[in-house]
Unconditional design. Structure first.
Lengths: 429, 292
């Protein structure tokens, strides 16, 4: 008997364009109805059936079938909008499917958010009971686990302090701890590990693994491929509401990376502009093997290759590459950075390659802009000409400083070293 | 308090893996067979949510409990002066403040319960979009909170009665019946408004109006006996008329009477309101998370 059986699951949302707000105002319904009535009176034979203007159907999930055996730890991956959260919401019974059926065999605990229902005015103790009850625990159950929850969260001294005075780390620790002690046969977890400090995240991963080792089924959604490969025994790939693949983790991740790769341009050609003294002919983005790509592992070398033609001898001709992530420039580089004197470029064709070593860019979506010019004159600007993604495939960044969600623009090239400078001694000695 | 117990209580530990595996099917439009069982299982959440709201209210306000007492006392004073002294309306031979207070008690319960339960889904939107539980618990817990306020005000009523030398008789024992009736009225209306409120936010403005308007069309500041006989049945379509008349009958006794045809009309109306409220709520609750 599978723990979770999903059959032809579909979920439709109706998107409304007219209003920015999600909800309907009664007044709009009334005026809309009146308008329809008038239209109906004017054209009694037609027009009444026309589709409501400004609304559009959207299938967040489309005919998804999936079977998850007992004790399996499955990672659900896919890009934003692939239907992952909709699937979780249906499995958690927060929303109803439009079509299809799900059978869950076992008590389900679902964690779409840590600290749901936490109230800032209440103390840690009070919130443990409240949050536990919201997650479906009985008073007796919470009481019996109380010590374990407090221990795990390391908040013993602050139990009777309102949580509004907690640091964000303490808050998250307490919230996760309550949820982690929920007894269930099936655990559904959304990206909740994206919070808290590194040490605690390690602890959470450990807790999830011990849950899994008890033979319980885990369904885990994350953008962090490292965490998925570490925790999960299998994976499923969702794309545009459909299930593309279910299988072993490395294969599914590979398929996912191919998916992102096929989706975007990896090279652009430009016509030679006669009026310009120099012009860029092409920009390509490649991996270390020289293949065009726009999806990289965090440890991969990224190569940006620019071809250009110089038609008038130019003193101090410079090529500039700027990389930006979320519209913030994270890196800016000249091809002449290594030259003491700006070089002279004769007429002819040139190809410049810029290599960015692995472990430089943090995971995220980047866009590259390329400029050509001299210190006095900008000749050609190609802003955001190509886009590429850096993913956390080979590294579990859960506990790393350069994890996607953490501050900082680049992976630090600095190296740490720690040595003990004085041994602890007994105070009496 | 109960939540102070921190010693593990071994006798209550669940061992889910030895239990029979529970199974659940999720399907479109499926009338959830487990709904009432789930509601029972989550009954503790109902008290927890009510407990949270009470705790938070008294932690946030400086005068706390006193606020629950000042409001009805001032209203009683104003109504006594306007209806009793200025308009000189009849009072069944009891002091006018007692006449007013015995009606103010169920009315305030209804007003608070209705407005709080109507807003309850929106103010708990975060929970609703992240966790499953029978949504009925949310408006119901709002009503439990009002019930606690009611209990406090009830003590105040007893004090006011003793002050005027009026002692409750056996009829006081029937009071739970009328409390139940008030509860059914506010839950029925509250469920309607709460569900409608998630979809049509206009109801935010309608509910305060209903509450304000209702105060004047319900016999709070006066006795319903001043309503001409031929209009009384129609007047009883306001469900709070039966509730308030019942309260007066149970509390002050004496000459207060229940107008039975009207009372039965009200009870039927209240039952219909509650039943349809539950039906509508159940029908729409699965979409709450999508629209909230």
């Amino acid at each position: 008997m599978p723990a979770i059986k999903i059959e032809n699951l579909s979920k439709k949302y109706v998107l409304r364009h007219e209003t920015a707000e999600k909800y309907v105002a009664l007044r709009d319904v009334i005026t809309g109805g009146a308008r329809k009535l008038i239209r109906g009176l004017r054209h009694p034979l037609g027009g009444g059936r026309e589709a409501e203007a400004g609304s559009e159907e959207f299938w967040a999930l489309n005919d998804v079938s999936l079977e998850i055996p007992q004790g399996e730890r499955i990672g659900i991956i896919g890009r934003n909008g692939a239907g992952k959260s909709t699937l979780l919401k249906i499995l958690s019974r927060i929303t109803e499917p439009t079509r299809g059926r799900v059978t869950l065999n076992g008590r389900v605990a679902s964690l779409l958010e840590v600290g749901t229902g936490f109230h800032p005015e209440l103390t840690g103790r009070e919130n443990i009971f409240l949050n536990g009850a919201i997650l479906g625990m009985s008073k007796a159950e919470i009481r019996s686990k109380f010590d374990a929850i407090v221990d795990f969260a390391e908040v013993e001294r602050f139990l009777d302090t309102p949580v509004k005075r907690y640091s964000s780390g303490m808050y998250v620790r307490l919230a996760f701890s309550v949820a982690a002690h929920l007894e269930s046969d099936i655990l559904i977890v959304d990206e909740v590990l994206a919070v808290g400090d590194a040490g605690f995240q390690k602890k959470c991963m450990g807790k999830m693994e011990s849950v899994a080792n008890d033979g319980r089924t885990i369904l885990f959604v994350s953008h962090n491929m490292g965490a998925i490969s570490e925790l999960c025994t299998s994976a499923a790939l969702l794309h545009k509401g459909q299930l593309l693949m279910q299988g072993a983790v490395p294969q599914v991740i590979e398929q996912y990376s191919r998916l992102t790769l096929n989706d975007q341009e990896t090279g652009v050609q430009f016509a030679d502009d006669e009026r310009k003294p120099s012009s860029i002919l092409s920009v390509n983005i490649r991996n270390a093997r020289g293949e065009n790509s726009n999806s990289f592992d965090i440890a991969d070398e990224i190569v940006i290759e620019v071809s250009y033609r110089v038609k008038q001898v130019a003193a101090g001709l410079q090529l500039t590459v700027t990389l930006s992530r979320n519209m913030v420039d994270v890196l800016h580089s000249f091809d002449t950075d290594d030259d003491d004197v700006l070089p002279m470029r004769e007429e002819g064709l040139y190809t410049a390659t810029y290599r960015i070593p692995g472990m430089t860019l943090k995971a995220g979506s980047y866009s590259a802009s390329v400029f050509i010019g001299t210190p006095e004159l900008l000749i050609q600007a190609l802003e955001h000409v190509l886009a590429f993604d850096v993913e956390e495939w080979s590294v579990n960044t859960t506990a790393k400083s350069y994890r996607r969600e953490r501050p900082g623009l680049l992976i630090s090239p600095g190296k740490w070293a720690t040595r003990m400078t004085e041994e602890a001694r007994d105070a009496a000695a | 308090m109960w939540f102070n117990a921190s010693k593990p209580d071994m006798t209550v530990q669940r061992t889910p893996h030895t239990d029979q595996v529970e199974s659940l099917t999720i399907e479109a439009g499926r009338a959830d067979a487990h709904y009432w069982r789930d509601l029972w299982r989550f009954r503790e959440l109902l008290t927890f949510l009510a407990w949270r709201d009470i705790l938070v209210r008294y932690k946030q306000t400086v005068i706390g409990v006193a606020w629950g007492l000042i409001r009805p006392l001032l209203t009683m004073l104003v109504f006594t002066i306007i209806f009793g002294t200025l308009a000189n309306l009849p009072s069944h031979g009891v002091p006018y403040p007692v006449l007013v207070f015995s009606a103010l008690l169920p009315w305030q319960f209804f007003a608070n319960a209705l407005s709080d339960s109507s807003n309850s889904l929106l103010s708990n939107a975060g929970m609703i979009s992240k966790v499953y539980f029978p949504r009925l618990i949310v408006p119901a817990s709002a009503i439990v909170v009002s019930l606690v306020d009611f209990a406090i005000t009830f003590v105040l009523l007893l004090a006011v009665m003793l002050w005027y030398g009026i002692y409750p008789d056996w009829r006081m024992l029937t009071l739970p019946v009328f409390v139940l009736l008030a509860l059914a009225t506010s839950l029925g209306a509250g469920l309607w408004f709460a569900a409608l409120n998630t979809k049509f936010r206009d109801f935010r403005y309608i509910v305060p109006f209903v509450v304000q308007f209702g105060l004047y069309v319900s016999p709070v500041g006066f006795s319903s006996e001043i309503v001409p006989e031929k209009w009384r049945l129609l007047y009883s379509l306001n469900p709070m008329v039966a509730v308030i008349d019942g309260f007066r009958w149970a509390v002050i006794g004496g000459s207060a009477k229940i107008y039975w045809p009207g009372f039965i009309t009200s009870v039927l109306f209240i039952s219909a309101l509650l039943f349809s409220g539950i039906m509508y709520f159940r029908k729409t609750e699965k979409t709450f998370a999508d629209v909230i």
